[in-house]
Write a protein that binds this ligand. Structure first.
Ligand SMILES: *Cc1c(COP(=O)(O)O)cnc(C)c1O
Ligand SMILES: [Zn+2]
Length: 466
């Protein structure tokens, strides 16, 4: 099996290959990112996507089914006995006429792929199933990551549930949402709060992993991205294996969007789809690196000959100006996205567009998602806010079919939600003014009532909900 599966440098001028059992944070020859590659001719592959329909629920129920490994034929890098699962990927694609209207689209055209349903509450569990499985294949005993919160929650959950290895997580001090920190602590991971931001924590964890031979599960890890491809398979499944027109996804480290690009490249190569959807990647205004480089600097994949000097110059500029990423959407508060080049390849293949949205736009969009009975965290709502912007621009048509990825659960960051809905304007401006939050047009303010029947009945009457 191992010859049909290998790792390969994404830089076509290098294209060095490595064994699947090597643990490499980047290409030793040139320093670029690595892909997991398959020689499909030598592997059993499905003839059509609907083959996946045949999978019945085994005894023991849903917890025995992995929403990642049931697509194992499309990420065949691990022997079955080595696969690790905590029951990830039981997510849903929901049609949302209300959110469609908010985005300016016709009803039944906008769908929400709710990844908050994963065991640790974010899409990261899809990727962790992949990375953890590879860690298991190479016999790792300790795994580590730097995280804005959800990767660490996921790693901690996998370590605890599988009992296969210990977890060490690096978080920037102060910036992690409470729901996420509480998970890492509860699941027993060694939690290091680095005095710095995410980009600092990311740099340190890479040094530590290299020095101590610890397995790194950040999304530089190509096996993470293998697991995250399955989000797209489930979206296609939700559409009855029809390809939508657009995928809209928040962009932080750009691992997810890169994984989506790889998923569609392979499905096309395998002849399992005839058409490729377009992708829209949405940055926060306060963490706009990808948008700035693509839209402002016209950086492109260019057949793998990316303008590395332009990227370095941009980062040098950030350093000179001491510019740090700054957004309430902590999951995408990242100025040096590690998967930048893979994502350039993705938007090249999927004819992608990149936009930014403000924190205000994200919170307003998040409240609309909430009215659908689905809770997401602020970063996730970037997809809906971004879709709305692109419809207004005429880039996405009102009648196109789109899937917005809701990357994480609402309860990850209750402070943002409760603040938005319940704070008086003055308090709101004090607390969130630095993020540009000024209004709460879509809020659902709690109503103070006396402990008195008439007062309560009066309040209900005034609200018009009898
Ligand atoms: C990690 C994360 C993102 C960003 O995904 P990338 O792969 O880093 O671009 C967005 N939303 C949530 C909730 C996340 O946890
Ligand atoms: Zn290389």
């Amino acid at each position: 099996m191992s010859d049909a599966v290998f790792q390969q440098c994404i830089n076509p001028a290098c294209a060095a290959t490595y064994d699947v059992l090597q643990t490499l944070p980047k290409c030793p020859a040139c320093g670029d990112l690595l892909d997991v590659k398959y020689d499909w001719n030598r592997l059993p592959t499905p003839k059509r996507l609907s083959d996946f329909d045949a999978l019945a629920l085994p005894k023991g129920g849903l917890g025995r089914v992995s929403g990642v490994w049931r697509f194992g034929a499309l990420l065949p890098f691990a022997p079955e006995a080595k696969r690790v699962s905590i029951g990830e990927g039981h997510t849903q694609l929901r049609c949302s006429p209300r959110v469609a209207a908010y985005a300016g689209m016709n009803p039944e055209r906008l769908w929400l792929q709710y990844e908050g349903l994963n065991p640790s509450g974010s899409f990261k569990d899809n990727g962790m199933a992949g990375a953890f499985t590879h860690a298991n294949m190479v016999g790792a005993k300790v795994a580590a990551c730097a995280s804005t919160g959800n990767t660490s929650a996921s790693l901690a959950a996998f370590a605890a549930a599988s009992g296969l290895m210990k977890a060490i997580i690096f978080v920037g001090s102060g910036k992690i949402a409470y729901g996420k920190l509480s998970q890492a602590l509860d699941y027993g991971a060694l939690t290091l709060q680095v005095l710095g931001d995410f980009d600092d924590a990311m740099a340190r964890v890479q040094e530590v992993c290299a020095a101590k031979n610890i397995y790194l599960v950040n999304s530089v890890n190509p096996f993470r991205l293998e697991g995250q491809k399955t989000i797209m398979y489930r979206v296609l499944e939700g559409f009855g294996w029809e390809v939508p027109d657009w995928i809209v996804v928040p962009g932080g480290n750009l691992g997810n969007s890169s994984a989506f690009g790889k998923a569609f490249m392979e499905l096309k190569e395998l002849g399992l789809i005839s058409r490729v959807p377009r992708i829209a990647i949405i940055n926060a205004e306060g963490a706009p690196t990808f948008s700035k480089l693509v839209n402002g600097g016209s950086l492109a994949w260019n057949g793998g000959r990316t303008d590395n000097a332009a990227i370095s110059a941009y980062y040098a500029g950030l350093d000179t100006r001491k510019e740090k990423a700054h957004t309430m959407a902590s999951a995408i508060e990242i100025n040096r996205p590690v998967n930048l080049k893979k994502c350039l390849r993705c938007i090249d293949f999927m004819r992608g567009v990149v936009r930014t949205v403000s924190d205000q736009e994200m919170l307003d969009a998040k409240a609309q998602v909430g009215l659908e009975g689905l809770g997401c965290e602020p970063a996730s709502a970037a997809s809906v806010a971004g879709a709305r912007k692109l419809v207004a621009e005429g880039v996405i048509g009102r009648d196109e079919r789109i899937a917005c990825i809701l990357t994480g659960h609402q309860l990850k960051d209750p402070i943002a939600t409760v603040g938005y809905h319940s704070m008086p304007e003055k308090e709101l401006n004090e607390k969130f003014g630095e993020y540009g939050i000024r209004t709460t047009a879509h809020r659902n303010m709690p109503v103070q009532v006396k402990n008195d029947l008439d007062d309560i009945l009066g309040a209900i009457e005034r609200a018009g909900t009898r």
